[in-house]
Ligand binder design. Structure first.
Ligand code: SF4
Length: 328
C-alpha cells in the first residue's frame, strides 16, 4: 500500500484545565492520500481545529500537549523531530489556511512581503526573487492587478481577496499537505464558491493532499473525496463522500444532515440537535453522543469503537455496526 501524504494514528491531544489534563482529541486515526481531499466535519468545539493544530505542531505546553499517538507526514514521524526541524516543515511541506485571514495576516506588513517571507526562509530566495514569485502566486490565485497589489496592506483587501492572499502564502512552497480550517466560513456564498473552485483547481494542478475542515455539508459535497465526522474529540463516522451522503450511519451524522435547510422543501421545520457538545472536563462515559442521541439505549454506556459498517465506511455506534443485534 502506498505511503499516505499524512497519517494520524491514535492521536490524543490534551489541554490543562484547573491543573488536570483533559483530551480534546482522543484516539483519532486518519489517512490522507496524495491528491485527495478529506473533509473533517462537525460542530464547533468537536476538536477539528485542534486536530489540525496538532499536526502543525502548534499545540504547545504548558497549556496543551500531544499526549499520545503518531503523526506521519510522508511516513516521517513528526514527534521524532526537534523544534527547528518541525519549523522547517511548517509552511514548506505542510501548510495551513486559517478561517479568518484578517487575524492571520500581519496588519503592518505588505501582503507581498508576507507571501515572500516563506520563500526567503524555506527556499533562500532574495527579496526581489521572492516578490517576483509572490506576484506569480497572486496571479495564480486570481488576484487582479497582482503585481501592483503586492505593495498593499491587508486592510486594503476585501475578505475574499485576503483569503486568496492566505492561499497564495500557503501554496508558496508547494506543500504536499494543505490543512484548510474553515477557509470559506467568513465569506459570502458567491465568494465562497469562487474560493472553493480555486482550491479544487489548485489541488489538481499541484497534486496536494487537502484536509478540509468545515461544518458546512454543502461545502463537503462540493469539494471532498472522503469525509470524517468528528464529535466531542472522536471520529464517529468515516467513509467516501457518496456513501456518507447516501447512507449516513451514525445518529450524529444523521442529525447533522437533518439540520441542513432544504430549498426543495418549502415550509420545512428546521431541525436542531438538542443539547450541546460536552465540556472537556465533563465527557460522558461510553458513547459521548449518548446524552443527545434520540436512539440511546442500554449498552450505549459501553466503550464505543470505530468499526467497519460497509465498504470503506466505519462508524462508532453499536447500532450502525450491528453490534446490538449481536450482543443484545
Ligand atoms: Fe446513540 Fe447509542 Fe449509537 Fe451512541 S452508541 S450514537 S447513544 S445509539
Amino acid at each position: 500500500m502506498a505511503i499516505p501524504a499524512l497519517e494520524l494514528i491514535g492521536l490524543r491531544t490534551e489541554f490543562r484545565i484547573r491543573g488536570a489534563w483533559h483530551a480534546a482529541v482522543r484516539d483519532v486515526s486518519l489517512r490522507l492520500e496524495r491528491d485527495e481531499t478529506l473533509a473533517l466535519v462537525g460542530e464547533s468545539g468537536c476538536g477539528k481545529s485542534v486536530t489540525a493544530l496538532s499536526v502543525m505542531g502548534l499545540v504547545q505546553p504548558p497549556t496543551g500537549r500531544v499526549a499520545a499517538g503518531r503523526i506521519l507526514l510522508d511516513g516521517q514521524d513528526l514527534a521524532a523531530l526537534d523544534g527547528a526541524a518541525l519549523e522547517a516543515l511548517r509552511g514548506d511541506r505542510m501548510a495551513m489556511i486559517f478561517q479568518e485571514p484578517m487575524t492571520s495576516l500581519n496588519p503592518v506588513m505588505t501582503v507581498g512581503d508576507q507571501v515572500a517571507e516563506s520563500l526567503r526562509i524555506h527556499r533562500g530566495l532574495s527579496r526581489a526573487a521572492a516578490l517576483e514569485r509572490a506576484g506569480a502566486l497572486f496571479e495564480e490565485v486570481k488576484i487582479p492587478s497582482a503585481v501592483q497589489r503586492l505593495r498593499e496592506y491587508p486592510h486594503q483587501f476585501s475578505g475574499g481577496m485576503r483569503q486568496r492572499v492566505m492561499i497564495a502564502m500557503a501554496l508558496a512552497c508547494e506543500p504536499a499537505v494543505l490543512l484548510a480550517d474553515e477557509p470559506t466560513t467568513a465569506l459570502d456564498v458567491t465568494i465562497q464558491a469562487q474560493v472553493l473552485g480555486l482550491l479544487a483547481d489548485l489541488r489538481e494542478r499541484h497534486g496536494m493532499a487537502v484536509l478540509f475542515i468545515t461544518h458546512n455539508l454543502g461545502v463537503v459535497a462540493q469539494i471532498a473525496d472522503r469525509v470524517a465526522v468528528m464529535y466531542a474529540g472522536e471520529i464517529v463516522e468515516q467513509g467516501p463522500v457518496g456513501a456518507i451522503f447516501a447512507r449516513p450511519l451514525h445518529p450524529y451524522t444523521r442529525a447533522l444532515f437533518a439540520a441542513v435547510p432544504r430549498i426543495d422543501l418549502p415550509g420545512q421545520a428546521l431541525s436542531a440537535i438538542g443539547g450541546r457538545v460536552p465540556a472537556l472536563d465533563a465527557m460522558p462515559k461510553g458513547c459521548r453522543f449518548a446524552p443527545r442521541c434520540p436512539l440511546a439505549q442500554a449498552g450505549c454506556e459501553r466503550p464505543q469503537v470505530l468499526a467497519e459498517a460497509g465498504p470503506g465506511h466505519a462508524a462508532r455506534c453499536h447500532l450502525a455496526t450491528g453490534e446490538f443485534a449481536l450482543h443484545a
